[in-house]
Ligand binder design. Structure first.
Ligand SMILES: [Zn+2]
Length: 527
């Protein structure tokens, strides 16, 4: 061994011993972890829960009758497991509900008639019964295009997006994180300072307030299409292989401006129609879209259930996931997966009969897809409103919040969300879970889901690192977000991991460490 080697060994000892000292204070009850694994890996119900949420209740768009029915089933299940304080907690207003009740589509060309894969966008109106009409193309990108198409679209189906190439898929749609991916996640990214003109990122503001705002332009484009009297608009989907990605096309408020019926079509079928039109062949489409709006209750709800604690019962550990989804698939990976894992974690904890010092509370959120609305409302009602940061009593009582919302993929680690003191704690907790593939602690934060609602008011909220599987390639917000895309072994492991983390958080002497309280965010409007 070289001299430098000896010095570095000494250095490691000097640096690591205090860390071990710190870590050894962190207790992990391995008998409890054994019992959680035994229940979760040998008597799992997570796929049965998933099948109810997806196969039976289907897409769970916030405000729809389906999500209400799924929530009622979930309440019933939690009562069967003898959870307490099971209820739907109202928040709102969210806006109108919406469902698609019927959709048929066929194309009629001079040579043949054929069906197509397509879906209506949420919060758009239907056709009045079956409507057969000529189809034309009108890709409107700027002001001049309004003049180009004015007076030509009445009574027609209008294809509104340009055709695109569909390359072969040489990469498999599904993947797991590699060792290299996981190593990268352990490194703290350091961004060079941006700008130099006192500007902090973002494109320069060209705004004259008219026409440069894309949302504003899209509103005017939709108004133009309504005023011109189109039957419906048709756009091609992202992706390929018959997979169609569909979200919203209209407003949730009764007073929002009207939009035309809007349909998203599989790119291959869209391309076929487009190429016939390019050959100057007449093409007609026949659609029957029956959509329904629900105006009677503009509020939504979160689903709550608890396991009472013992000597620290007034303190809380929370686990949660969003329960809502988009409407064309059955919301399987986004996010029946997370909801089922959280429900199964509660079932496991209850079934093992393990004693937990703090009360464990499950929150299944709605309105996530429209901007983390349900979790934010819950955090505002119970903990603090980020706008004024006036802390409510429960703010001091929450030990931590754990969230799952990255699909079916196995949990491979956890994001510490920049919380430095949590790192050695989670490192210790992960030890008995490494055999399930959970090895990686990232100092990074991750975004896009409900733990942010907690983080925004200074509460320790965490999201796990998960294998992406087919999330972006196939399932996320698509018609193919269905039960078949859920990986049972991953779901079972995830339930055990979440139950273990919740158990350890519930029984720790102290609540989990927090980052400094953020300042009020009076102009922060969103996520
Ligand atoms: Zn989503």
């Amino acid at each position: 061994m070289t001299r430098a080697g000896v010095i570095s060994v000494l250095l490691v000892i000097v640096l690591v011993i205090p860390l071990i000292g710190q870590m050894s204070q962190e207790k992990v009850d391995l008998d409890a972890i054994y019992r959680i694994k035994d229940e979760g890996l040998n008597r799992s119900q997570v796929m049965e829960i998933t099948s109810y949420l997806t196969d039976v209740y289907g897409g769970r768009l916030t405000g729809s009758p389906q999500i209400k029915a799924a929530a009622e089933w979930t309440e019933k299940k939690m009562n069967e497991w003898e959870l307490v304080n099971v209820h739907l907690e109202k928040w709102g207003p969210f806006g109108r509900g919406w469902t698609n009740e019927r959709f048929t589509a066929r194309v009629i060309s001079s040579a043949s008639t054929f069906p197509v894969i397509a879906y209506p966008k949420a919060w758009t109106p239907g056709t009045n019964g079956t409507v057969e009409a000529e189809v034309v193309t009108a890709v409107i990108n700027n002001e001049q295009d309004f003049e180009k198409y004015r007076g030509q679209l009445r009574g027609k189906y209008v294809m509104t997006t340009a055709i695109r190439d569909v390359p072969a898929e040489f990469q498999a749609p599904g993947r797991r994180l590699t060792d290299e991916d996981l190593t990268n996640l352990t490194n703290q990214p350091v961004q060079p300072p941006r700008g130099g003109q006192g500007q902090r990122g973002g494109p320069p503001n060209l705004g004259n307030g008219r026409g440069n705002n894309p949302a504003n332009f899209n509103e005017r484009r939709l108004k133009f299409l309504v005023d011109e009297g189109v039957v419906a608009t048709i756009e091609s989907s992202q992706g390929s292989g018959g997979t169609v990605f569909v979200q919203s096309g209209g407003g949730r408020n009764v007073t929002d401006p009207p939009v035309p019926p809007q349909v998203v079509m599989a790119v291959e079928h869209y391309g076929r129609i487009w190429r016939m039109l390019e050959k100057k062949l007449p093409v007609r489409i026949e659609l029957n879209i029956e959509n329904k709006f629900y105006d009677d209750d503009l509020n939504s709800f979160n689903i709550i259930g608890e396991i009472p604690g013992t000597d620290k019962a007034d303190e809380l550990v929370m686990l949660g996931a969003h329960f809502d989804s988009w409407h064309t698939g059955t919301g399987a990976t986004d996010n029946a997966a997370g909801s089922a894992v959280m429900l199964e974690a509660m079932r496991i904890l209850k079934a093992t009969g393990l004693r937990m010092r703090r009360t464990v509370r499950l929150g299944l959120w709605t309105g996530e897809e429209e901007g983390l609305l349900g979790s934010r409302a819950y955090v505002t009602q119970h903990f603090a409103d980020r706008v004024d940061m006036k802390l409510k009593t429960e703010h001091g009582k929450l030990a931590g919040y754990f969230n799952v919302d990255n699909g079916t993929g196995a949990i491979r680690g956890v994001y510490s969300q920049g919380n430095e003191p949590i790192v050695p704690i989670f490192q210790t907790w992960m030890q008995p879970l490494k055999s399930l593939g959970m090895t990686t602690l990232s100092i990074r934060g991750t975004g896009g889901t409900d733990h942010l609602s907690f983080d925004a008011v200074g509460l320790p909220g965490f999201q796990f690192i998960q294998d992406p599987i087919e999330y972006n390639a196939r399932t996320h917000h698509s018609n193919m977000d269905v039960y078949e895309r859920i990986q049972a072994p991953d779901m079972m492991k995830n339930s055990v991991i979440v139950a273990s983390f919740v158990y350890l958080a519930a029984n720790r002497d102290d609540k989990l460490p927090r980052k400094p309280l953020p300042a009020p965010q009076p102009i922060n409007r969103g996520q």
